[in-house]
Design a protein around this ligand. Sequence first.
Ligand SMILES: NC(=O)c1ccc[n+]([C@@H]2O[C@H](COP(=O)([O-])OP(=O)(O)OC[C@H]3O[C@@H](n4cnc5c(N)ncnc54)[C@H](O)[C@@H]3O)[C@@H](O)[C@H]2O)c1
Ligand SMILES: [Zn+2]
Ligand SMILES: [Zn+2]
Length: 367
Amino acid sequence: MKIKAAVCREAGALAIEEVELAEPKMGEILVKMVASGVCHTDAAARNLFIPAILPMVLGHEGVGIVESVGEGVTELAPGDKVIISFPYCGECDYCREGHPYACEDSFHLFFHGKYKDGTTRITGADGTEIGSLFGQGSFATYAVCDASSAVKVDVSVDELKALCSLGCGIQTGAGAVLNRMAPRPGTSLVVFGCGAVGIAAIMAGKIAGCSTIIGVDIVPSRLELALECGATHVINGKDFDDVPAEIRRICGGKGAHFALEASGVPALGLQMLDSMRREGLAVIVSVMGDQRMNVLIENQIMSPSVTLAGIVEGGSNPKVFIPELVRYYKEGRLPVEKLAKYFKFEDFEQAFEASHDGSVIKPILLF
Ligand SMILES: NC(=O)c1ccc[n+]([C@@H]2O[C@H](COP(=O)([O-])OP(=O)(O)OC[C@H]3O[C@@H](n4cnc5c(N)ncnc54)[C@H](O)[C@@H]3O)[C@@H](O)[C@H]2O)c1
Ligand SMILES: [Zn+2]
Ligand SMILES: [Zn+2]
């Protein structure tokens, strides 16, 4: 079928083209897109900060309505509302153990544009094969994805629009806290970078009952939103020479039990390590490209018995975790609508710019 899709053919460029989308194959579904979030990772792929293989339809936070299903799909049917999350092979040891975020094939399935069978689903007007980011390519009027990535949800179409980033950014931040850290009530959490991922972590810290939740950023409007979403304290990095000292002061002189790096700035990763309480758990979810973090292992990790961990997609099993997040949303405990600003599909450049300049936390394209 003919669809409209935003195709990246060279680094930095993105343009809407009319392209041909194949029918869903075995185990796949065709989704009529309702909305798609714009994640920082779309910008990273567009700029080849991540080595994506072009040409590619970007977008990986799609929500929509199932139009048709391929052979063998029984858990989804036409008319179902779905949130599309990340792809995974389903067959490696990690997938079989219920840890699809750690799938051996994830880098390939996320960034090389191909589906599990090694082929693409989109053909350009000039006959070129076009890949789909995250086996999804949600910046398009329709997309094909694997049924294992799509989660059926019982919400209105308006709610569905606000929930697109549950598929990636919100799941990443909330999952890092609820799945990886699993903080006990009364513990402290510090979050570096109050974008969609960081704010989701702050909301999750509140859900988990953390009694001290500190948001660090340099954009005042993001710090205000962090306070609205559950932070008990915020720190503007521009106002302090020694951010870790301020964090330790807030945390009763000892430092934080848990911390998340969601800014993508290596220097903040190091500040995070200096902010930890002994035996603390520091988690990195941000993309830092080929930049390095110059960790002083003995002082920052070994001697204080600190754990430094990384995790993809919040350590989530989307079929289990996304329904849990939708439940929190319905209870008013995950107010993701506060992060959203809507743009028409054709205004995607404005959406990217609004994310880049910090004025909008979660730009959402509507189809
Ligand atoms: N691990 C995963 O599976 C996964 C999934 C989604 C996103 N990500 C990554 O997570 C990161 C966060 O994503 P996002 O969508 O929230 O991005 P974002 O750009 O909206 O958020 C980053 C925040 O960091 C802040 N920041 C930048 N420099 C700073 C500094 N020097 N001091 C303090 N704050 C600073 C920015 O103001 C911004 O609020 C990105 O790197 C993204 O690529 C990872
Ligand atoms: Zn796998
Ligand atoms: Zn993402």
